[in-house]
Design a protein around this ligand. Structure first.
Ligand code: CMC
Length: 427
């Protein structure tokens, strides 16, 4: 018999099963708590709530471990390609050569956007935030594929391929719109990362020169961002999908959730913060003091994590890649020195030590994006490109789960009790 948990209520005792995951983590199964006791669980921010069981990604936040389908992130970032990781996340296993070739072919041949989509870009102001464009255009794809027929799994899979294929084009065109350059159509002779860089930085008037180090670092960054179990955007995708919304609408909701600076939007804020520190004479200590002062409203961007109470393993890899990449392309970015100084100052400060606050995935990624020539407002778009297969994998997993229900949290009502309507002249 498995372990049980007891909840002592004034009227009676409630016994619940303890569910154990494959890595030994435990959860108290309270699925029938309200039915049996009329009590709900109050857990703002879902700090203790597992909303589902999932076989996609494992994190041990205390030890700083991250694995996709059992494979350590360090190995995947070093040895794998982004499309291989997409398959792994979506299907559960690494693809063999034939599977990877077919998958790559499918994605490569779906990179173009319907010509009518191009017209949407004309309607956006030139200074539109690229995340606004990304979310709007992704959602608009629902309108182009609404007549798709077949069984629901096949439709979801086809739409997954479309999303993976088209998101780089959508993202690159948002950048081209902002600088007034012609949109570059995708090229089927290029790999996933190369094609994205071509559409971002190529121009019709010149040949495009591929920088292999840039392709490599982009491939690794996409892999590192590819999934992170039930984070805010993935949970949002699952919630929206649980209502049976179409995949494009569900992914759009994930893009919107990612945008905020407590989540993926932090990468833009990190670089803006480093620029401010630099303008301020490189005074890292001043910003550490500000972050410690709750009244300042300022937090050290790219620091802290809900799950990691140790080094974020992604931050470790990215920091190393950042040094290597800048060296390889012979780029000296003074913001890297500011970041290193700030990190050191924070890691040696009792406030950050006591709260286990370490650099997260967003702390160094922006310095790599800057060196690649990606504009700061597009940093979160880069995060979205990487996270897309994770969102898709979770949507697929949710649909396949026979226990899946519409996501519908409860609340504890704290408003006024019943009262009679007051006519306007008496208010
Ligand atoms: N700077 C200063 N203090 C911080 C920071 C920070 N970056 N992060 C957390 N704290 C403090 C916080 O004030 C609280 O202190 P106290 O116990 O005295 O009230 C304590 O640490 C715990 O923080 P919390 O807000 O309860 O933690 P959380 O799990 O709710 O929030 C977080 C996690 C990532 C939103 C938060 O650490 C944060 O705001 N970090 C900065 C934004 C950021 O870098 N976000 C990217 C997250 S990683 C990638 C991703 O998910 O997209």
């Amino acid at each position: 018999m498995g372990e049980k948990a007891k909840i002592i209520l004034s009227e009676h005792e409630y016994e619940a099963d303890v569910v154990v995951g494959t890595e030994g983590e435990k959860g108290i199964d309270v699925i029938h708590l309200r039915r049996d006791t009329r009590n709900v669980v109050l857990d703002p921010g879902f700090v203790n709530t597992a909303s589902c069981s999932s076989a996609i990604t494992f994190i041990d936040g205390e030890k700083g471990i991250l694995r996709y389908r059992g494979y350590p992130i360090e190995q995947l970032a070093e040895k794998s390609s982004f499309l291989e990781v997409c398959w792994l996340l979506m299907k559960g296993e690494l693809p063999n050569t034939a599977e990877l070739e077919e998958f790559t072919e499918e994605i490569t041949t779906h990179t173009m956007l319907h010509e009518s989509v191009r017209e949407f870009y004309a309607g956006f102001p030139r200074d539109a935030h690229p995340m606004a464009i990304l979310a709007s255009v992704v959602c608009s794809l629902s309108a182009f594929y609404q007549g798709d027929v077949g069984n629901p799994e096949d439709i979801t899979y086809r739409n997954s391929l479309r999303l993976l294929a088209k998101l780089p084009t959508i993202a690159a065109w948002a950048y081209k719109k902002s600088i007034g350059q012609p949109f570059m159509y995708p090229r089927n002779d290029l790999g996933y990362s190369e094609n994205f860089l071509y559409m971002m930085f190529g121009v019709p008037a010149e040949d495009f020169e591929i920088v292999p180090e840039m392709v490599d670092v982009l491939n690794s960054l996409l892999i590192i961002h590819a999934d992170h179990e039930q984070n805010c955007s993935t949970s949002t995708v699952r919630l929206v999908r649980s209502s049976m919304a179409n995949l494009f609408a569900s992914i759009t909701s994930g893009i919107c959730a990612l945008w905020g600076h407590r989540h993926g939007g932090a990468n833009q804020r990190v670089v803006e913060m480093l620029q401010n520190i630099q303008k301020d004479g490189g005074n890292a200590k001043k910003y550490i003091e500000m972050a410690k002062d709750k009244k300042s409203g300022f937090r050290l961007m790219g620091f802290g994590h809900r799950v990691y109470k140790n080094f974020d393993p992604r931050a470790k890899i990215i920091k190393e890649k950042c040094h290597d990449f800048l060296k390889a392309i012979d780029c000296k970015d003074p913001l890297l020195d500011v970041a290193i100084e700030l990190e050191e100052a924070a890691l040696n400060d009792d406030y950050f030590k006591e709260r286990n606050l370490y650099p997260n995935v967003d702390f160094y990624s922006g310095i790599i994006y800057r060196a690649m020539g990606i504009p700061v407002p597009a940093f979160t778009v880069m995060f979205a490109l990487g996270r897309l297969p994770g969102w898709i994998a979770h949507a697929i997993e949710l649909n396949a789960d026979p226990k899946n229900k519409i996501g519908r949290p409860r609340q504890i009502y704290t408003g006024s009790t019943e009262r009679d309507f007051v006519d306007i002249e008496n208010r």
